[in-house]
Design a protein around this ligand. Structure first.
Ligand code: PGA
Length: 236
């Protein structure tokens, strides 16, 4: 089934997605919600917080993490705190994340996957990498990939360096495509002209590992929430 695509003007995108998220979270106390970080979701998270949104009844799962030292400004857990959690009056009901400081990273990935698989995620928000990645599932990733340690694509390393001062990460840990695609519902967040071409490829090109986001076309409940610039090449 094709994802439904909802497009809003750039200046309204954050307000619109923030309001949708608030409504969705309020309508399902106890939901299991997987959240991404990066530049894209920030206006939506700011709006969620400004409206008085709360995750106090929500179990939050962080989508991925860079292998960087604790507290590094480009770490996904730090970005999530900065962009969302620190702006909320109460912490989430639970906050789960991949611990990149664990002694055995492969065992940590297995622990996280088992936790996520206990009960399907109710809603997963995703950003779209300029190279078509989802989480840190880079081009070449198989559809049934598990949660694992990954070597980052050079584009991702460059992009991640922009998230915070200092060294760029070379490795990351990510929820695998298998767990992502097992989510009951998925929202793909896409903004900016620089994402227009990859969005076109993901939504209209062949399904396969070259563009991991293309696998979303095989999921029954995906909504693409785009701004006009990102949707500019799509024909409706
Ligand atoms: P961005 O990253 O939101 O910073 O563009 C998206 C991604 O790489 O998944």
């Amino acid at each position: 089934m094709s994802p439904s695509v909802e497009v809003s003007p750039a200046q309204e995108w954050g307000a619109s997605v923030g309001a949708l998220l608030m409504h969705r979270v309020e309508s399902q106390p106890g939901m299991r919600l997987c959240l991404p970080t990066g530049n894209t979701p920030e206006p939506a998270y700011a709006e969620f917080a400004a409206r008085g949104g709360s995750l106090a009844a929500t179990d939050v799962f962080l989508l991925d993490e860079f292998v960087l030292p604790e507290g590094h400004p480009a770490r996904c857990d730090v970005m999530l705190s900065r962009a969302l959690l620190d702006l909320l009056p109460d912490p989430p009901h639970t906050l789960h994340r991949l611990d990149v400081g664990a002694d055995d990273l492969d065992a940590e990935c297995r622990r996280y996957e088992a936790l996520v698989e206990e009960r399907p995620l109710d809603l997963t928000l995703l950003g779209l990498g300029a190279n078509g990645h989802l989480g840190l599932n880079e081009p070449g990733t198989a559809v049934d990939s598990p949660t694992r340690v990954v070597a980052l694509h050079p584009d991702t390393v460059r992009h991640a360096a922009g998230y915070g001062a200092g060294v760029a990460p070379e490795r990351g840990m990510t929820l695998g495509l298998r767990a992502i695609l097992a989510s009951r519902e998925i929202w793909l967040l896409v903004t900016g002209e620089h994402k227009a071409e990859i969005m076109l490829r993901a939504l209209t090109g062949p399904v396969g590992p070259e563009v991991p986001a293309s696998y979303l076309k095989e999921h029954a409940n995906v909504t693409v929430l785009a701004d006009e610039a990102a949707a500019a090449l799509l024909r409706f």
